[in-house]
Structures are given as C-alpha cells and as structure tokens.
Design a protein around this ligand. Structure first.
Ligand code: 3BY
Ligand code: FES
Ligand code: FE
Length: 428
C-alpha cells in the first residue's frame, strides 16, 4: 500500500501577522498553533533572551547539575568545585554525543558515555583516549553558555550577544531577593506539569487574575480580599489586618539590610528586552503564608525575615517564569515550550535549609494552594488552546485588569519585530 503524504501545513507570513497585531486584543490563531511560529519563538525569544532556568538550591554542592532542554538545545547547569555555576552545551566535542541524559544528578567530572572523553565541571577537557599527535585538549572544552546568578536564581542566555539590560534588571530585583537568602534554601518539593497549550497561553494566563475569583478558590482565600491599588477600597472589617500588613512590610527585613526589602512596585514588562514586574500583596488571616488561614506552613522562617505578616512578594519575569516569596517558603515557576501546543511548567518549593519534613512542614500542606492553582490553570490553558485551534476563533479584547497580558503580548510582538529587523530597535 502506498503511503499517503501528510497534508502540508499552510505556510503563513509571520512578519505580516506581527505588523498587523492589534494592541488590546489577543493574538491571531497562528501565534498559538502554527509550527513556523513555534520555531520562530525558539529563535527569537528562547535563544535570544535571558531565561530563568533553576534555583541555586537545586544544585547545592559541587558536581550537582540539572539539564534543561530549550528546543533542540540541551544545557547542563553545573556547580563547579569552586562553587561557581557554569552552563555548558550538552554536546561532546569528540563526535557530538549527548553527555548527560538525566534531568539532574551529581558528578565528579562530566564523562561522555560514548568514548569517555572527560570534562571538568567548568567544561575543560581533561581526558581523551588515543588522540592524534599534536592534539590540543585546551581547544576541545565543552562550549560555554552565558550564565548569571541573581540572589540565588540562575539565568542563562543561549545568544552570544545577550540583551544588555539584564544588568539593570538584576540590580533592580536583587535588593528584593537577597534578604530571602534563596541560594541557601532547600528544595522541599518539585513538580513538572505538562500543559497541552502554547507557552504564550501559559504566560498570558499567569499575567492576569481576572480568572481568579471563579477559577482559584484556594488562591483567592489565601490572598487578602482583592483590592485595587487604593487603600480606601479596603473594606472596614479588613482595615486592621491591612494595617498589620503595612507594618510588617515596613519591618520587612531587617538583619543586615538597613533599608529592608524595598516596598515599591516595579512594572517594566513591556519597555525593555528583559521584562519584569515585582510587587507586594497581602495575604489573608495571619498574612504569613499560603495556607487557608494565612498561618505559617513551615515552622522556620527563611532568610532575614522577622515579622512574617508581610504577605506575598511576587516576581513576574519574561519570557518564562514567575515567583512567590513569603515568610516561610518560596515558590518558583518555570515554563518551557516543548511543542507548539505543549509546555512544561516546573514548580519548585523552597524552605529553610534546616527545616525537617514531618516536623517543620509537610508536603501536602506546603504545596496545597499552588498545586491546586496549577491544576486549575492547566485547565484554562488547555481550554484556551482548544479555542485558538477552532476555526471560529478570532482575537478578543482584553479587560481593564488584563494590562499585564497586553504588556506580555506587546513585549512578545516587539521582540519578533526586533528579530525581523535584525535586532535594531530601541529595546536592544
Ligand atoms: O502567579 C501569579 O502571580 C498569578 C497572579 C495570581 C494568580 N496567578 C497565578
Ligand atoms: Fe563523546 Fe566520543 S562522542 S567521547
Ligand atoms: Fe491562574
């Protein structure tokens, strides 16, 4: 029986789609469904920008590594003997075999399974059998990738010419993060959720809480009743709690950090190559953690925190992550695309290094709110993907409180325009 050729995917003009994007509206369907857009996203976004990859707490000791897959590119993130972090291409310099197959682990050296070329954790080649005369080991180290650690968070950029504004962003977010001492925390739990949706739908869903009241009962009961920016909107019966939150915010920090954790909100999602937003928001009840009553869910406070009632500090980072920090734990989220309609969301819960499971915290209580929220969000992402795949789909208008979705999409469109223009726009 002769094989039927697969129907070709109709080709599209992505530059034209970028040029006609209507601000204030969701994107046209091919941005969420078409394999050419997916390939372009990998090139123009994921191979060009600083990506959040892992928390330093995931590789606490020399030789510890995690691998991450960015499209076809496999990256080894490894802690060297001198404690510094390297990002290396996972491709042997002999005949190209993949070196590390596991997602995480610990090594003395990096040994290629094929013919045992052996590399130090800084990528330098230290052993190769039966080499030709004149072979110079120093020329055949593993290729290095740009890597930066910011207060315990690891970022990599696959481009040889990374966005220059990362330094400025790092210096803005560092004072917020340093008092949590993230680098010294312990991974209490980690999950990978496969979401059947385009990575942009995952990010868009994360950038709004219009769906929270109806969609996230656990999260909305953990947060202080939602308020817009104006304090006068706090209901009278919540005034006392709110004042306590403000006091805790004032006292945030403290040991060693004279000025404390900054309180101001930065909202710079759309005006630069490395978009981010950092903000504080109160939690309900005791205001200390993501539990039903706002009580601590780990007995040990993290970092320099002395007054736990400051609620939640969140960081939204483009293109691929978001973070929540409170008094007794931090939750770190990383999205990576694996297909036009598939994204993996990794969630990592970090606690005090001396916190003991079963004594200071238990996993179901620690993870309950964000596990439930993730599962609910996965459904929304999958519904949105199915809608975008339906021929009836047309872009729809954002609500007034979907500004951050609009900013994410505008940022994305500018990055594609920048890519088509050869990188010559004002965003760098
Ligand atoms: O993680 C976030 O920051 C967004 C906003 C609140 C709910 N959502 C998951
Ligand atoms: Fe790695 Fe040969 S391909 S040692
Ligand atoms: Fe959500």
């Amino acid at each position: 029986m002769s094989r039927q050729p697969r129907p070709a995917v109709p080709s599209i003009d992505i530059e034209e789609l970028v040029a006609r994007r209507e601000p204030g509206f969701s994107l046209e369907a091919p941005f969420y469904t078409h394999p050419d857009v997916y390939d372009l996203d990998l090139d123009a976004i994921f191979r060009k920008h600083w990506l959040f990859c892992a928390a330093e707490a995931e590789i606490p000791d020399p030789g510890d590594y995690v691998t991450i897959e960015i499209g076809a590119t496999s990256v080894i993130i490894v802690r060297d003997d001198d404690e510094s972090v390297y990002a290396l291409h996972n491709v042997c310099r002999h005949r190209g075999s993949r070196i590390i197959e596991d997602a995480c682990g610990s090594v003395g050296n990096l040994v290629c399974p094929y013919h045992q070329w052996t590399y130090r954790t800084d990528g330098s080649l230290i052993h190769a059998e039966a080499t030709q005369e004149g072979f110079n080991r120093s020329q055949f180290g593993l290729k290095r990738i740009n890597v930066r650690t910011v207060a315990g968070l690891i970022f990599v950029c696959l481009s040889d010419d990374p966005p220059a504004d990362f330094d400025e962003v790092a210096s803005k977010i560092e004072p917020y993060l340093t008092p949590f001492q993230l680098g010294g925390l312990k991974v209490a739990h980690q999950t990978d959720l496969v979401e059947e949706g385009n990575w942009k739908l995952v990010m868009e869903n994360n950038r709004e809480c219009l769906h929270c009241d109806a969609g996230h009962p656990e999260l909305t009961s953990a947060y202080f009743p939602f308020l817009q920016s104006d304090v006068t909107e706090v209901p009278p019966r919540q005034q006392q709690l709110y004042e306590r939150y403000l006091k805790a915010l004032d006292r945030l920090a403290i040991t060693g950090a004279a000025a404390g954790i900054p309180q101001r909100t930065y909202r710079e999602l759309d005006n630069r190559a490395t978009g981010f937003r950092i903000t504080h928001f109160p939690l309900d009840g005791d205001g200390a953690s993501f539990g039903w009553d706002g009580k601590q869910i780990c007995k040990k406070l993290i970092g320099d925190i002395v007054d736990p009632a400051f609620g939640d500090m969140s960081l939204h980072y483009q293109p691929n992550s978001w973070f929540h920090f409170c008094s007794d734990h931090a939750v770190v989220f990383r999205a990576l695309p694996v297909a036009p309609d598939k994204t993996i969301v990794r969630t990592t819960w970090l606690v005090h290094p001396d916190a003991v499971e079963g004594v200071d915290y238990d996993i179901p209580t620690l993870t309950e709110v964000w596990e439930a929220t993730n599962t609910e969000d996965r459904r929304f992402v999958e519904l949105a993907q199915r809608g975008a795949t339906d021929p009836a789909y047309v872009p729809g208008p954002y609500a007034t409180i979907e500004d951050d979705v609009n900013d994410f999409v505008s940022w994305y469109i500018k990055r594609l325009a920048n890519h088509f223009g050869g990188g010559r726009d004002h965003l760098g």
